[in-house]
Design a binder for this molecule. Sequence first.
Ligand code: CP
Length: 308
Amino acid sequence: MQKLSTRHLLGIKDLTPDDIELIMATAREFKEVINRPIKKVPSLRDVTIANVFFENSTRTRLSFELAEKRLSADTLNFSASGSSVKKGETLLDTVNNILAMKVDMIVMRHASPGAPHFLSKHIKANIVNAGDGTHEHPTQALLDSFSMREKLGGDLTGKRIAIIGDILHSRVALSNILALKKQGAEVTLCGPSTLIPRYITDLGVKVSHDVKQTLAWCDVANVLRIQLERQQIKYFPSLREYSLYFGINKKMLDDLNKEIVVMHPGPINRGVELSSDAADSHHSIILDQVENGVAVRMAVLYLLAGQN
Ligand code: CP
């Protein structure tokens, strides 16, 4: 069996291009499995996985839980709200208590960048980063790449991918940039200058502040949510003004007179970064991304379990 070069998935930063190819190939096999009448395989029987979420989630948490069930793993679900974290228990104590129940793998979302990296220095179990603050969201980037490959009919070498919106606060943006560059894609970031970090071009990406020009250039537009909950100051005058200059609607997409794929990691601020008619249009593969998330997460869990 081919193996990953790492025993944790902390970020795309640590994956080699071969790791990404292995995850994509394994996910393709699992996508075939989950479309069969019997969707379950015994691959992770006797493996116990805890989903430890210190931040809210709909897609990522349910997708990991379903991926684990499809692989026949035993699962535990922990939410910080309603737990003894509220009584002051530390992250490490919380996780060590979960591991004492003979848990093999931790899937963790945390508001602090680097939280899973810190854990990996203190525990033996495999760790999957399900989003750490504004840092990385590796399985989102992997499922985005899988969905782009599926839609564009091949690998991403030379493909033109635009990431549009709140780049500054987005873990999806950083993980996507790293994943896309490792697969040979061209990447342009588009948004107001206040929402694009100054040194991001060091990662080999271009920057634009013109959404129409960016849409005309790209094969895929991955549109990101404005993360008001992470913004301590005002980065633009109002949501209405943001939407006027950077929002994408169906007419803008239709007027391009070309094939364009629209993606969004969710949750969508409908009417802000993406109008409802664009989000629900034939250009959009937003729900395909969600479907593919299960297969990609099955691949990640299966390959990491194989490292032990
Ligand atoms: N894409 C994503 O991470 O969504 P959730 O926050 O709902 O998990």
